[in-house]
Design a protein around this ligand. Structure first.
Ligand code: NAD
Ligand code: TYD
Length: 352
């Protein structure tokens, strides 16, 4: 089996669902169930014996030791993290705790487990760390996309904590010979995306008749990848990646935020028009910019394409269409995640 951490969050849940659709190999899913973790994302696996869920913290060394010893996974895929830049600006501590200290404890547990493996179990073992393009910092408009050799220049507490975890993972390979793989992916979107992030927030706010808050001038650029393409990239890296290597993952889809929001409004105008016949774009509101807002991210995905033959299946146009349709048909999921703590966050973040 494989051990997945953070598998009740947005990307982790999509990965687990896709993994079990493609493989019969069981998944042990360890997740702390923070505000971002939601077992409803995995509801379709309720009676599936191939999926074993454990609530817990990657930083709980005794728990991780016990799980590794009991289940003897052939690989660990680490999604567990605090992931929202705006929350890291309001309060960085949880980011330091989970993304740095938690990853350290997880690495220690895995190092102990790996040290006791023998023969093929040892040769084939992998630790795959899921990271982000944000560790590379911000690009000027005409600079080339991030390659794996781009220097680390993280600018937010979130990206700094992810960068620190990447460095620890790298060090465990060089120092202890742990067979690690690191993926640095661009911005994801798709089903089960928590509506604090740009794309789901805009869909959910539009349908609720609320403002669509665009930070600053809205010309910041992100490089968007449909979440299931990220899942397929991770499966491919786990299967064929070279230990010690990092792989940048992206779909060559750079778009300014304002264009993303307008695309969502256009799709909603077609699929669920406003009662007054006006465009959802009327709800767009420009708000105070994010502190330290990175201007542009863009991934050069040549390495994973050439060395591992991976390619995304979706274009941005097909992926965003599927995403908007998914939110329209999952009003219950949206209502359930918008609990008290969600409303508190939205009130705090968008108070002005
Ligand atoms: P998410 O916030 O939706 O989910 C994170 C999950 O981790 C949640 O289920 C949460 O309960 C769990 N978790 C948090 N702290 C934990 C802990 N201490 N122990 C165990 N579980 C814990 O995040 P996501 O968007 O699914 O991102 C998953 C990973 O992918 C993260 O490492 C993130 O940095 C990385 N990533 C995200 C994106 C993106 O666009 N969302 C892009 C590239 C990389
Ligand atoms: P986000 O989804 O938070 O991802 P990240 O900051 O990790 O890239 O934000 C994507 C972009 O959208 C980013 O440039 C910030 C911007 N944004 C807004 O303009 N308004 C919002 O309400 C949010 C949440 C994000």
């Amino acid at each position: 089996m494989i051990l997945v951490t953070g598998g009740a969050g947005f990307i982790g849940a999509n990965f687990v669902l896709d993994w079990l659709a493609a493989h019969d190999e069981p998944v042990l899913n360890l997740d702390k169930l923070t505000y971002a973790g939601n077992l409803e994302n995995l509801a379709s696996l309720a009676n599936d014996k191939r999926h074993v869920f454990v609530q817990g913290d990657i930083g709980d060394r005794a728990l991780m030791d016990a799980l590794l010893t009991k289940h003897q996974p052939r690989a660990v895929v680490n999604f567990a993290a605090e992931s929202h830049v705006d929350r890291s600006i309001h309060g960085p501590e949880d980011f330091i705790q989970t993304n740095i200290v938690g990853t350290f404890h997880l690495l220690e547990a895995v190092r102990g487990y790996f040290g006791k493996l023998e023969g093929a179990a040892k040769t084939n073992f992998r630790f795959l760390h899921v990271s982000t393009d944000e560790v590379y910092g911000s690009l000027a408009p005409n600079e080339p996309c991030f390659t794996e050799k781009h220097q680390y220049e993280p600018n937010s507490p979130y990206s700094a904590s992810k960068a620190a975890s990447d460095h620890l993972v790298r060090a465990y390979h060089h120092t202890y010979g742990l067979p690690v793989l690191t993926t640095n992916c661009s911005n994801n979107y798709g089903p089960y995306h928590f509506p604090e992030k740009l794309i789901p927030l805009m869909i959910v706010n539009a349908l609720a008749g609320k403002n669509l808050p665009i930070y600053g001038d809205g010309q910041q650029i992100r490089d968007w990848l449909y979440v299931k393409d990220h899942a397929s990239a991770i499966r491919r890296v786990l299967e064929a990646g070279k230990p010690g290597e990092t792989y940048n993952v992206g779909g060559w889809n750079e778009k300014p935020n304002v264009e993303i929001v307008n695309t969502i409004c256009k799709l909603l105008n077609e699929l669920q028009p406003r009662a007054d016949g006006k465009s959802y774009a009327e709800q767009i509101t420009y708000v105070t910019d994010r502190a330290g807002h990175d201007r542009r991210y863009a991934i050069d995905a040549s390495k994973i394409e050439k060395e591992l033959g991976w390619k995304p299946a979706e274009t941005f146009e097909s992926g965003i269409q599927k995403t908007v349709a998914w939110y329209l048909s999952h009003a219950d999921w949206v209502a359930n995640v918008q609990n008290g703590s969600y409303r508190e966050w939205v009130n705090k973040q968008y108070a002005n």
